[in-house]
Design a protein around this ligand. Sequence first.
Ligand code: SF4
Ligand code: SF4
Ligand code: FES
Length: 240
Amino acid sequence: MTVPPARIRTLTIDGKDVGAREDETILDVARENGIWIPTLCQMTGLSNIGACRLCLVEVAGSTKLQPACVTRVEEGMQVTAHSDRLAEYRKMIVELLFAEGNHICSVCVTNGHCDLQWLAQRLEIDHIRFPYLYGKRSVDASHERFVLDHNRCVLCTRCVRVCDEVEGAHTWDIMGRGTNARVITDLAQPWGESTSCTSCGKCVSVCPTGALFEQGKAVTEMVKHRELLPMLLTMRGRQR
Ligand code: SF4
Ligand code: SF4
Ligand code: FES
C-alpha cells in the first residue's frame, strides 16, 4: 500500500510566509526558517509533552497562548513568536523555575553548560521578582557513576523520556504533585539500588541543568553530550 504524500500548509510566523508539512508543529517550522522560540522540555528525538510552556506563541483568532512544540500547523495560521507579551511570560516562567528550585550557578557542576542558565541570559533576566521557596531538597549520590541533585531539577522529564523511549529501561518516573513533585528511580529507591538502570548515562546527557551529573566532576566541569541522542537515533534510523 502506498502512503499518500503529506500535504503542504502555508502560514505566517512573525509576518514571514512559511510552508510546512501538515504533520509538523509550529516549533518545527519555526526552526526550519531560522526563527528562534525558547524551549526547555522539548528535545528532538524524544516525544513532545508541552510541559514547560516556554515555547508559547500567539495564534491570530485565539485568546489563548499555544505551546509551539505540540501545536500542529494549520492552513492560513498567523503565528506571532515574538511580542512584548510573550517576552514577559517567558521571563516569568524562567524566573519561577529559579524561585522554586535552589539554583546557585556559581557552585554548580554545569555552570557555563546549563540550558536554564543560558535561557536566563538570552531572555535578559538579571534578577528574580518572585520570593524564593528555598525548598528542602536532597541529593542522591548512591549510583556508582552519576549523581541526582533535586535542588536543580526543573521537572522537564527529559530523563524520564530518554530512559523509556530510547534506552528502554524506564528507570525514571515522577512522584508527587505541585512543588512536591520529584523525579524518582524505580519505586523511589536510591538510584544506586535501581535494578532497571543500565548505567548508560543517556539521562545525564539530556538533562538541561546540573540536576544529573557524573561523579567526580568539579564546579563548571560537567559538559552535557547533547550530540549523543541525535547520533543514536540516526544510527537506529529513527527520528521524531
Ligand atoms: S543511566 Fe541509562 S538506564 Fe540508567 S537511568 Fe539513566 S538513561 Fe536510564
Ligand atoms: S533530572 Fe534533569 S532531565 Fe530529569 S526532570 Fe530534572 S531537570 Fe529534567
Ligand atoms: S518546549 Fe514546548 S512546552 Fe516545553
